[in-house]
Design a protein around this ligand. Structure first.
Ligand code: PMP
Length: 350
């Protein structure tokens, strides 16, 4: 606390990011990164951008990358907004598209950055409990009287909400913006992007951090009808006109141009996810059905915190959740075959 701080800062409860340990030989299954690394073409594109042009500002509109993403997803460049990771895109969404004096509804359980942004932008957070089976029920979002945001697949549960149910939420709230945060959609879910043309209240947010293995490059984007994107651009240009640097613009563009690499990594993660799920079930865990690059699991007879501590002792890091609705769950990122084998062996010995 300091007399120099603004009252806003006194009240903030910031998001706490997952641990990023320095030891390279740890099996790091705690922050949902992709174990396979970016496409070699991405590295090549970044290397060729390492030249004298770095003295120049990047394109503030990221025109070339926006066109690439627009073509990839079958929309126009005016429908694409870029940000420094989807966390930054989400920050702009909270500021530009959620109304003061109205709540924002999101599932309780969900991405813990949403309440943080509510605090930052002085918006009332209204968590809506998920069902007993950890699903989002569209009935709970009928005439919401506020903005709506949810991850699909949800985090940290991994549960996917079918698109007809997403549409039910959109149809019930034509006057409110509905944000679908698709950070994990590439691991078996269906994207809501094809619905954007039909729903002016829909905004879809995606990231290159997960399926495209570029968490370190910090690139996220939103797709919606041009009117919503224009609001995000106004906020962006009042905050940081250059959210993406030259290396990020070049690397991200190359990532969309290597579809074969993207598919191979994605299939490998999905295959390993099913293998890890069966192995955990074999060890007596209850595992939620996941369409993400992680699984959410608990053991009826074992303490999650002890298991997480035991794994840590073997150099394997997973994330332990112990909140009212998710007592003693482990969230385990899907790693390489070798990392997953180490996880399974580790659990067998505990
Ligand atoms: N949304 C969800 C649901 C996430 O889990 C994450 C990753 N922590 C993000 C958004 C942000 O991802 P990034 O900023 O790396 O794009």
């Amino acid at each position: 606390m300091s007399q120099y701080w603004s009252p806003l800062v006194h009240d903030l409860e910031p998001y706490v990011p997952g641990e990023q340990p320095k030891m390279a030989d740890l099996v790091k299954l705690n922050t949902n990164e992709n174990p396979f690394g970016p496409s070699p073409k991405v590295l090549e594109a970044i290397r060729s951008e390492l030249n004298d042009s770095l003295r120049l500002y990047p394109d503030p509109e990221g025109e070339s990358l926006r066109r690439t993403i627009a073509d990839y997803h079958g929309v126009s460049p005016e429908q694409v907004f870029l940000g420094n990771g989807s966390d930054e895109v989400l920050a702009h969404i909270f500021q530009a598209l959620f109304q003061h004096g109205e709540p924002v509804l999101f599932p309780d359980i969900s991405y813990s950055f949403y309440p943080v942004y509510c605090g930052l932008y002085r918006i009332e957070a209204r968590p809506v409990p998920v069902t007993e089976s950890f699903e989002i029920d569209p009935e709970d979002y009928r005439q919401a009287n506020g903005g709506i945001i949810f991850p699909n697949p949800n985090a940290p549960t991994g549960r996917f909400l079918a698109l007809d149910k997403v549409e039910a939420i959109l149809r019930a709230n034509p006057d409110r913006v509905v944000v679908v945060d698709e950070a994990y959609v590439d691991f078996g879910g269906d994207s809501a992007i094809p619905l954007v043309d039909r729903y002016p209240n829909l905004l879809v947010c995606q990231t290159l951090s997960k399926a495209r293995s570029l968490a370190g490059l910090r690139v996220g984007f939103a797709i919606a009808q041009a009117e919503l994107i224009e609001a995000l651009n106004r906020v962006k240009n009042s905050f940081n006109s250059y959210p993406l640097d030259r290396l990020a613009l070049a690397g991200a563009k190359a990532a969309f141009e290597d579809e074969a690499w993207f598919r191979r990594c994605r299939e490998a993660v999905i295959h390993e996810r099913e293998r890890v799920t069966s192995a955990l079930e074999g060890l007596g865990f209850e595992v939620l059905p996941s369409k993400a690059n992680f699984v959410f699991a608990r053991h009826p007879g074992r303490s999650g915190s002890e298991l997480a501590r035991g794994l840590r002792g073997q150099g394997i890091i997973v994330r332990h959740f112990d909140k009212p609705r998710i007592r003693d769950f482990l969230r385990i990122t899907i790693g390489t075959t070798e990392q997953n084998d180490a996880l399974i062996r580790g659990l067998q010995t505990l």
